[in-house]
Design a binder for this molecule. Structure first.
Ligand SMILES: [Ca+2]
Length: 367
């Protein structure tokens, strides 16, 4: 059975609204797609089934449905058109509010595509040129390089931004105390000229709250902490955009910097004293040419983040570390080689006092 590469991936995260006590997730992948008419509010609920009517354009194409613990794969055997409705059974698994998602990966710009954000630019490419690059990165295989040049006084407040997509509806930041990210400013900037970066949260009504950060140049990654707990006058429960202004309000200025590892940190989360339990049962599932690394964890493991090391050598002499808050990592663009991977748990980012478990067993996988 020939597996066609995914041309469209539709993910519906039905229950990633943090703070709800139960968690459901549903992920649909289609080789080609006529989108099912299904909204997130219809697929939340306890232990229920829901029919999805969809159609695939070509016979022989595959889609699969992941819901709860079971993966199901379906093939369109008809010569045309409509599949029968598919029923998905949800399993409810209680997840304590404080125990899960104290740390949320907003974007790390890696091939693992864990991002819950969409990036855009206020003035197209007139001021900012952004690209994902591999030469300088703090995690995984990529970071985002930002180059800017401002010469027009009318565009002195130009910005680039991301639209958060945590839950697809409200983008609730009210349960978080910090938005953190890492910034790299090269020494090649003119000496004595600091880069100023203004970060602004904008709510659904267009109201904003900003904080400014200044950096000396230096060839190292610098941690930036936007303090959400100080935010006033905007509706934090519904954030539409996070805006970045390089040298805000100025023109006749230019520069470049790199961004990586944007996280939201939950309000009131404290790092446990205990070392977290290591993840277990690593496996690789391959679908549509994509490799998904999956491991298991228990709600009482204390883990909030996982570090996945991937290497093409069994001794991990050259390894890449990917970080995720999920118990899986989807990898694309892999070459046809033998890969080794191992995973360990963290109770927070190392820079915030997080402790890590031992790595689990090494899993060998040949693409
Ligand atoms: Ca990265």
């Amino acid at each position: 059975m020939k597996r066609l590469r995914v041309s469209v991936i539709l993910s519906i995260i039905a229950f990633s609204i943090w703070g709800w006590k139960n968690c459901y997730s549903l992920e649909l992948r289609f080789a080609s797609l006529t989108a099912p008419s299904l909204s997130a509010d219809k697929i939340s609920g306890q232990d229920r089934t829901y029919p999805i009517q969809t159609s695939l354009k070509e016979p022989g194409q595959l889609f699969y449905i992941q819901g709860g613990t079971e993966d199901s794969e379906f093939e369109n055997k008809n010569s045309s058109a409509e599949l029968p409705p598919v029923t998905i059974a949800y399993s409810s698994q209680s997840q304590p509010e404080a125990g899960f998602h104290p740390l949320k990966v907003v974007d790390n710009f890696d091939i693992s595509s864990d991002a819950i954000s969409t990036w855009w630019d206020g003035d197209g490419t007139k001021i900012y040129k952004r690209e994902l690059v591999q030469d300088i990165k703090r995690s995984g295989d990529k970071s985002m390089k930002v180059y800017f040049k401002k010469t027009d006084p009318n565009l002195s407040w130009s910005f680039f931004a991301f639209q958060p997509q945590q839950d697809g509806k409200n983008n609730d930041f009210s349960k978080y105390s910090k938005l953190v990210f890492w910034l790299y400013v090269p020494e090649t900037l003119e000496e004595g000229v600091p880069l100023e970066l203004m970060v602004k949260l904008e709510d659904k009504n267009g109201k904003g709250y900003e904080q400014r950060f200044k950096f000396q140049t230096g060839n190292d990654w610098q941690l930036v902490e936007f303090d959400i707990s100080k935010v006033q006058g905007i509706d934090l429960s519904s954030i539409n955009n996070v805006l970045f202004f390089a040298d805000p309000g100025k023109y006749m200025t230019a520069g470049e910097f790199w961004l990586d590892d944007i996280y939201l940190i939950k309000k009131g989360y404290t790092v446990p004293e205990e070392i977290p339990a290591p993840p277990a049962n690593p496996v690789v599932k391959e679908k549509f040419g994509l490799a998904k690394l999956i491991w298991s964890d228990t709600p009482d493991s204390k883990a909030v983040l996982y570090e996945v090391q991937i290497s093409t050598s069994p001794d991990f002499s050259t390894a890449t570390s990917f970080w995720t808050d999920k118990t899986e990592l989807l990898l694309q663009e892999l070459e046809e080689k033998t890969y080794y991977f191992k995973v360990r748990s963290w109770t927070h980012l190392p820079e915030f006092g997080g402790k890590c478990s031992e790595f689990n067993q090494i899993y060998k996988w040949a693409k």
